[in-house]
Ligand binder design. Structure first.
Ligand code: HAM
Length: 432
């Protein structure tokens, strides 16, 4: 019997993991510049956090949850996204209190779980880099959030991006628009796709997201949400645009972009990639928006009931870099490889490789008592810069051979000297 990983999951190992570490390191560095601090919330949550937070009519909650009852009969779900859990933590730990950063600015990097049909770029366990700002109603917060996303991709060297924004207005405007959309779509009920028929009364805005051909002509001619913004909502969106213009950020407005989660209002945005490697297809590489109301929905105070955030799929960030043929850092080469010949050298080989590591060098040795030629092959494969050769003769004389691989130069050094100044001898030989 041999086992395989569950469908829609990946094992990430050498060759690929270096890309992940690199992308994560860039994200951490960018977040630090914007004064965001990391949070790690549990991988699983009480299901109500997600169903109330994300919304009971969304695809995530109705179709995609990895939920179960635990041995104490609690209804638990693996987290499908990071925003509702973060807001739960914000309320639970009273991050709105005077001793905390206000607005509260946090980021997370970790796995999320959705029972989706696996396909390219769509997994059941995927990983998000996300950020949230809670407690600011200032449109500058929305713009700052967008800038973080742009900055991150810029730092990765990604060039083919397109920023799309929209406003869903405040809760009242959204409600009025919702009704207008139902009134507009209802006469065409029979002509709509099955999904859209189902959504029409539960979550009509999602009809605008439909890719189904049957829905297209209705989606194209649908009333624009931007015509339903009240004064406050209109003003808010204007300010976001003014700030983006002031920073010379290019964007397009798409009044049909409504996003699939219920908590959004006011600004929503997506960053799309049209990298050459995607062959003309537009891929969403980051998405987010404002979610005023979510803090109170999860039991927090009205005084801090505003939030803005985004999340991006780590897998997609990597695919995007590949689609632009960008360079990733690769596995670091070895600084030192210790070739030990004969079992008698075993202890001294261990001492040497440890001395190298204590000197801060990436080091490896042979563990399999192999022939000199095979050990050198390993050293070459791992691109070792310096090879130490210790045979039984050398051991008896208290010396070791130090070979510079790039030039082939070889010197003999006493073991005593080696232990005294490993780093110094290494450096000198490297430049020899
Ligand atoms: P979302 O649009 O559901 O938003 O997901 C954000 C990003 O996660 C997507 O653009 C995509 O890159 C990635 N993603 C989502 N599902 C999958 C999947 N099955 N496989 C691979 N990647 C996937 C949210 O999750 C919100 N919490 C974003 C947010 C934060 N809004 C406010 N704050």
């Amino acid at each position: 019997m041999s086992y395989q990983k569950p469908k829609g999951t990946t094992d990430i190992y050498t060759g690929e993991i270096e890309k992940w570490q690199y992308v994560e390191a860039v994200a951490r560095d960018v977040f630090e510049k914007y004064d965001f601090h990391e949070i790690r919330t549990p991988i699983f949550e009480h299901i109500e956090v997600i169903s109330r937070g994300v919304g009971g009519t969304t695809d995530i909650v109705t179709k995609e949850m990895y939920d179960f009852h635990d041995k104490g009969n609690r209804h638990i779900t693996l987290r499908p996204e990071g925003t509702a859990p973060l807001v739960r933590a914000y309320v639970e730990h009273k991050f709105f209190g005077p001793e905390h950063q206000n607005p509260f600015k946090t980021f997370y990097i970790g796995p999320m779980f959705r029972y989706e049909r696996p396909q390219s770029g769509r997994l059941r366990q995927f990983h998000q880099i996300g950020m949230e700002v809670i407690g600011s109603k200032n449109p500058a917060t929305d713009v700052e959030g967008i800038l973080v996303a742009l900055d991150f991709y810029k730092r990765l060297g990604v060039k083919h991006t397109k920023l799309v924004i929209n406003s869903l207005g405040n809760i009242e405007s959204r409600k009025i628009y919702r009704q207008a959309l139902i009134d507009y779509l209802e006469p065409h009920f029979e002509e709509l796709s099955e999904d859209s028929q189902r959504r029409l009364h539960d979550n009509p805005l999602r009809v605008l997201d439909s890719k189904d051909e049957k829905d297209q002509k209705f989606v194209q001619a649908a009333p624009s949400i931007l015509d339903y913004l009240d004064e406050e909502s209109h003003q808010f969106f204007e300010e976001v645009k003014v700030l983006l213009d002031a920073l010379e950020v290019d964007y397009v407005i798409d009044h049909r972009m409504v996003r699939g989660l219920d908590y959004y209002n006011h600004t929503v945005f997506e960053l799309m990639s049209n990298a050459p490697g995607f062959n003309g297809a537009l891929t969403t590489i980051c998405a987010g928006g404002r979610y005023d109301g979510l803090v109170t929905e999860l039991g927090g105070p009205t005084s801090h009931d505003s939030g803005f955030g985004f999340a991006l799929g780590l897998e997609r960030a990597i695919i995007t870099m590949e689609a632009e043929e960008l360079e990733f850092p690769t596995v670091k080469p070895l600084d030192v490889y210790v070739v030990g010949l004969g079992e008698a050298t075993s202890i001294e080989s261990l001492k040497l490789v440890q001395a190298a590591r204590y000197a801060g060098l990436i080091s490896e040795r042979d563990y399999l008592n192999r022939k000199a030629k095979t050990q050198f092959k390993s050293a070459n494969k791992q691109k070792a810069k310096i090879v130490l050769v210790l045979g039984e003769d050398e051991l008896a004389q208290g010396i070791v051979k130090v070979k510079t691989m790039a030039t082939g130069t070889e010197i003999t050094v006493s073991l005593a000297e080696m232990y005294q100044d490993f780093a110094g001898i290494y450096q000198k030989q490297l430049n020899a």
